[in-house]
Ligand binder design. Structure first.
Ligand code: NIG
Ligand code: FE
Length: 409
């Protein structure tokens, strides 16, 4: 027996499908069957036979509807915070100096290891709900604050639990190669060997959708990342990379060589890196929250990415060190003001391109028949308003996998 159909009509649809700016459809209708969009288009074109099958008919009175938002780069699972480091940075300490002195990521590792599973879940779920209140229906969650077999697996299990218990699609990324834990001081290659071993176990437990690393002078070398990526390839897992956040180690090109889903940050990526990403179809995930919070001044190569046709995604990068923000809408505004992206590029960055960065390009990110029924009804008239307002939540209603999950708290 097929699932009951629900008709949502009277909508201004920003479908994000090709053909028109924003994929805009006026007087639009969405027909939902179970968790899937059965039909999407202008209401006058909806076949009468289909309309008659709808058990529920909801008129949106002309409101803007977009695909559910996708935050494709977060570090939601961690204990503690780094407000004191923030103060030290305001007094002149650099992010790199704090990391080299044993603070930074490693201080969050200490706080994460002492937190119980229940505490980690509660904190991560609160953070996820804050994102969801602004229309986020899919997130990526990285590990990377456990940095041992036991604690990395614990963080990934918390991430998986978010996907089971919240009305949210969650993709889990293993980021054991985030920083060198103190047990391995002076032995980064041994640590990478250990991370490769854990990966097989995490994968066998069904905890991993992708593998990530921090390729940086305060992270891991391209050679070490290459060894990790070779292990990921043997396990059949896709890769992504924190690349060129603070310096140019040619990580974007390395990621592209492995057909990475995405390369993320990219402030120091050069033309060759951009060209390699374009050839490989690797998404550029841009993180204006980290750029802002670290007071970075070097811009990612937006013009090159645009002209070479590299899909650009935008994400919160939520983490306690470089981007403690939990508003994806604010990231849209920052992508425009700081990175000079257009409002349409910014919305594509949290829908269609973010889906691609998570390997969900065929099922999420657009309002299109056959895709998952994830959408947001906004208290707005035009899609460019999404990137315009900040500090205000215009999210009115949210549907995830065909079920209305509510709007803001
Ligand atoms: O994406 N660059 C590495 N990872 C995070 C920051 C992690 C932290 O400072 O705790 C990022 O910016
Ligand atoms: Fe990150």
């Amino acid at each position: 027996m097929s699932a009951p159909l629900t008709l949502w009509r009277g909508a201004r649809l920003a479908t994000m499908c090709p053909g028109a700016p924003w994929g805009l459809v006026e007087d639009g209708a969405l027909l939902i069957e179970g968790s899937t969009l059965r039909w999407v288009g202008a209401e006058h074109a909806l076949p009468a036979a289909l309309a008659r099958q709808a058990e529920q008919d909801i008129d949106l009175g002309g409101a803007l509807v977009t695909p559910g938002l996708i935050d494709c780069h977060t570090h939601l699972v961690y204990g503690g915070h780094r407000a004191t480091e923030f103060e030290l940075r305001l007094q002149g300490a650099s992010y790199d100096d704090l990391a080299r002195a044993g603070g930074g990521i490693r201080s969050t590792v200490t706080a994460t290891r002492v937190a119980t599973d229940a505490q980690l879940y509660k904190l991560a779920a609160q953070r996820a709900r804050t994102l969801m209140a602004e229309g986020v229906t899919t997130i990526e969650v990285k590990s990377g604050y456990g940095l041992s077999a036991e604690h990395e697996a614990r963080c990934l299990r918390v991430a998986r639990r978010l996907g089971r218990e919240l009305p949210l699609t969650v993709r889990c990324t293993s980021l054991g190669a985030h920083a060198l834990p103190h047990e391995f001081t002076g032995r980064p290659d041994d640590y990478i060997d250990a991370v490769c071993g854990w990966l097989a176990e995490q994968h066998a437990e069904g905890l991993v959708d992708a593998v990530d690393a921090f390729c940086e002078h305060i992270g891991f070398t391209p050679q070490q990342v290459r060894r990790l990526f070779e292990t990921a390839r043997r396990l059949g897992l896709p890769v992504k990379l924190h690349a060129e956040q603070l310096s140019n180690l040619h990580g974007a090109a390395l990621a592209a060589e492995f057909g990475a889903l995405s390369a993320d940050h990219l402030e120091y990526t050069d033309d060759a890196g951009v060209a390699a990403m374009a050839r490989a179809g690797t998404v550029a995930v841009l993180l204006p929250g980290a750029y802002y919070f670290l007071r970075e001044t070097r811009l990612p190569p937006i013009t090159g990415l645009r002209t070479q046709g590299v899909p650009m995604a935008i994400a919160s990068d939520h983490n306690p060190g470089s981007s403690p923000g939990l508003s994806l809408l604010l990231m849209l505004n920052m992508a425009c003001t700081l990175f000079r992206m257009t409002p349409e590029e910014a919305l594509a960055g949290v829908t269609v391109h973010a889906a691609q960065a998570l390997g969900l390009g065929a099922t999420h990110g657009r309002l299109q028949a056959g895709r998952q029924a994830d959408f947001v009804v906004w208290d707005l008239a035009a899609p460019n308003e999404l990137a315009y307002w900040f500090g205000r939540n215009p999210c009115r209603r949210v549907v995830q996998a065909g079920i209305e999950v509510g709007g803001p708290d």
